[in-house]
Structure formats: structure tokens, C-alpha cells
Design a protein around this ligand. Structure first.
Ligand code: COS
Length: 383
């Protein structure tokens, strides 16, 4: 971390302490979308941190983004997820978008708007290429039909990257990616999901019924969708790791605070408990290092494929383990909905942006055929 990154992290820490931590429990309880955070973050331009400077954004590199996301995860993983899911969608546009597409997609981010990445369908979760949504060319337009579900930010995003088959018969090879602006006729919004965790992050089902978009909204070429989605997820999965590390560190800090309050200094519990605390910090630091290593590889444009999957798996498992361990050490004091939020939020991190079982599939493939792993910048379509 250089001096500039340290300063950015400190600013994020202060923003989180002032704007996120005081409101996290209240939004968790109501499950309402925390729209106020978009307004609060406007002046810092943080929703545009992944937008390159040439497009008016902050142009933060991957490690700097991770430092900010860790702070947001420390404050509230639901609010952090809103930020990271928006960046997820931007990655697809960075990978495959033309100059004009980038300009159009990133514009809302500059005014604290958010984006969404719509890949999942009722029949296409882990098997990302098995969707039934279609995009059929009609003159200078595409007409989109079909369902999308579990879409983070879906009900709030100003603009979305939507995946749909331009040739359903070709399966994953027929998948394509499109920019879809909000508010078009044929975009039918379903109910928001009532979730166990990340309750105030917006997660929706939506349906596209003869939704017409200009053909110029196609990202890359027809059939590029699966590659764009996979490359996007490779780039974005460590962000979930960053949120998870922040969440785990918060649980440890809250646990230590509680123990200090509960026990006078001379009666502070003995080595068994101290070893438990040390083990929690070892796990967090290990996950943090794995995650920073992935970001460093990316910044240096070195090949990676298994590393984001390792970073995501490790960090999300640590978040689950540390939140659970903190509750054990704090006893009934932590068995409240407010502290339980950490555990509820951690659980989904093992599931979304590719389950930790899918991550193992990605890791195993990379272990079995390391020569096939190439740097993102060298991949076809990379801009
Ligand atoms: N980078 C670039 N291209 C990739 C890639 C990567 N990391 N991984 C796969 N691809 C390409 C493959 O090269 C293949 O293209 P070709 O046939 O032209 O070579 C295509 O994508 C399909 O890949 P593959 O045959 O490996 O697909 P599978 O169906 O076997 O499995 C998994 C792919 C399971 C890894 C994928 O479906 C996946 O990641 N699923 C989880 C989806 C997910 O994370 N969902 C979360 C919702 S989004 S928040």
C-alpha cells in the first residue's frame, strides 16, 4: 500500500464510520434499499472508483478498490454489495465495450448511479450457460425476452449488463451480452427478494417482454457472452473477498471490544481465549494477503485464474468462521439480530458470484491445465 492508497483507505474508513455503521442495523431490519448511501457517496465519487479517469471516474486500480471495499464490508456488507455489484457490471463494459458504450455506461456512475450484472436465471445459476432468455435481431434492434433472477441492484440500477442468447441452440456459445438502460417498455420488475442476509441490498427478479434495444448495445460480438461473463467474474470475485475480510475484521474487533468491556484488565480471560482471538486474526490476515496477491497479479497484468477463486473462497469461508467464532466467544450478548447480521451476511458470500463449489471447479481446472491460463489483458476482446 502506497501513501495515496493509505489516504484513500483512511477516507473510506471515515466515510463508513460516519455514514454506514450508524445506519446499517436500521436498514437491515426494514430490508429497505439504502438509497441514501448513493447520495452520501456522491461528493466522494466512490461509485465511479472503477471508472477510468479518461471517462471521468476516479480510475482506482484493483488493490485500491479492494481497500475501499474492505472498509465498506467492515461497515455493512449489504451496502458494500451495492458498490461491488455495480463494479461487477462495469467490468463487462471495460472488457468488451466500445468507447461509445463505455461513455454511455459509465455516465450514471459519475452521478452516483449504480449498475447491475444480469446473468442468473431460474434455470441458470451455477450452470451459467443454461439460460433461456433470448435476444433476437430485428432490423437495427435486438428484442429481448425471458427471465432474470437474483439480480443485485436490479431494481435500482440506472443501467444493466444483461446476458441473453442470440442463438439458443448453441448453448453457452450462443450467449451474448447487452447494455440495457433502465425504464424501457418491456422491462417488467418482479418483487424484491426478502433475504436472510444482505437485507438492504436490492435483489430482484425481472422479466423482459419484447424489450427493444438498439443493436449498438451489443457488447463485443454475438456469442461472446459466456467469455465476457467468465472474464468479468474472474476480475470481480476478489471484491467479494474484500467485503468478506472487512466483515470478518469487524466481528473480531467487536468481539475484542466486548471482552474488554466485560472483563476488568486483571481478570482478562487466559490464553485459551487469547489463542482463539489470535486464530481469528491469522485467518483474516491470510485471506487478506491472498486477496492482495490477486490484485497485485492483476495490476501487473500477469496471468491469473485460480487466484480470484482462491481469494473469494478463502475470504468468504473466513467471514463465516470468524463471525460464528465471535458469537461463540461473546455468548448470548451476540445472539441478537444486530450481531447476527454479520453471520447472516457472511453466509451468502459463500454462495453468490459463484458458489464456493464452483470456485473449486475453477481452481481444479487451472491446477489441471495451468498452461491455459492467460493474462486478462491478452484475452481476446480485452481492451
Ligand atoms: N475466462 C475466459 N473465458 C472463459 C473462462 C474464463 N475464466 N472460463 C470459461 N471460459 C470460456 C471457455 O473457454 C468456453 O469457451 P470456448 O468453448 O469457446 O472455449 C466457455 O467460456 C464456456 O466454458 P466452459 O465450457 O468451461 O463452461 P462450463 O459450462 O463447463 O462451466 C463454469 C463454466 C461452471 C465455471 C461457469 O458456468 C461458472 O462460473 N458458473 C458460475 C456462474 C456464477 O458465478 N454465477 C454467479 C452469478 S453472477 S453474480
Amino acid at each position: 500500500m502506497n501513501a495515496e492508497q493509505a489516504e484513500i483507505r483512511q477516507t473510506a474508513k471515515e466515510f463508513v464510520a460516519k455514514n454506514i455503521i450508524p445506519h446499517a442495523a436500521e436498514y437491515d431490519k426494514s430490508g429497505d434499499f439504502h438509497g441514501y448511501i448513493l447520495e452520501a457517496a456522491k461528493s466522494s465519487g466512490i461509485f465511479a472508483m472503477a471508472v477510468p479517469k479518461e471517462y471521468g471516474g476516479l480510475g482506482y486500480g484493483p488493490l485500491t478498490q479492494a481497500l475501499v471495499l474492505e472498509e465498506w464490508g467492515y461497515g455493512c456488507a449489504a451496502m458494500g454489495t451495492t458498490l461491488s455489484a455495480s463494479i461487477l457490471s462495469m467490468e463487462s463494459v471495460l472488457i468488451a465495450g466500445t468507447d461509445d458504450q463505455k461513455r454511455r455506461y459509465f455516465k450514471p456512475m459519475l452521478t452516483a448511479g449504480i449498475g447491475a450484472f444480469a446473468l442468473t436465471e431460474p434455470a441458470a445459476g451455477s450452470d451459467a450457460g443454461a439460460g433461456v432468455a433470448t435476444a433476437i435481431k430485428s432490423g437495427n434492434d435486438y428484442i429481448l425476452n425471458g427471465p432474470k433472477c437474483w439480480i443485485t441492484n436490479g431494481g435500482e440500477a440506472a443501467v444493466l449488463v444483461v446476458f441473453a442468447a442470440t442463438d439458443l441452440a448453441k448453448g453457452a456459445k450462443g450467449l451474448s451480452a447487452f447494455i440495457v438502460e433502465r425504464g424501457l417498455p418491456g422491462f417488467i420488475m418482479g418483487d424484491r427478494e426478502e433475504k436472510l442476509g444482505l437485507r438492504s441490498s436490492n435483489t430482484v427478479f425481472f422479466f423482459m417482454k419484447d424489450l427493444r434495444i438498439p443493436a449498438t448495445n451489443l457488447l463485443g460480438s454475438e456469442g461472446d457472452g459466456m467469455k465476457i461473463a467468465m472474464e468479468t467474474l474472474d476480475l470481480a470475485r476478489p471484491s467479494i473477498g474484500a467485503l468478506a475480510i472487512g466483515l470478518a475484521q469487524r466481528c473480531l474487533d467487536e468481539c475484542v471490544k466486548h471482552l474488554h468491556e466485560r472483563y476488568p484488565a486483571k481478570m482478562f480471560p487466559g490464553e485459551t481465549l487469547q489463542f482463539d482471538l489470535a486464530d481469528m486474526q491469522i485467518q483474516i490476515e491470510g485471506a487478506r494477503q491472498a486477496q492482495h496477491h490477486t490484485m497485485a497479479l492483476r495490476e501487473a497484468d500477469l496471468p491469473f485464474s485460480k487466484e480470484p477463486a482462491i481469494a473469494k473462497t478463502l475470504a468468504t469461508n473466513v467471514a463465516m468462521a470468524v463471525s460464528s467464532q465471535a458469537m461463540r466467544l461473546m455468548g448470548s450478548h451476540a445472539y441478537t439480530s444486530e450481531f447476527g447480521k454479520f453471520m447472516r451476511d457472511a453466509k451468502v458470500m459463500q454462495i453468490y458470484e459463484g458458489t464456493n463449489q464452483i470456485q473449486r471447479l475453477v481452481i481444479a481446472r487451472s491446477v489441471l491445465a495451468p498452461s491455459k491460463v492467460i493474462a486478462p489483458a491478452m484475452k481476446e476482446g480485452a481492451k
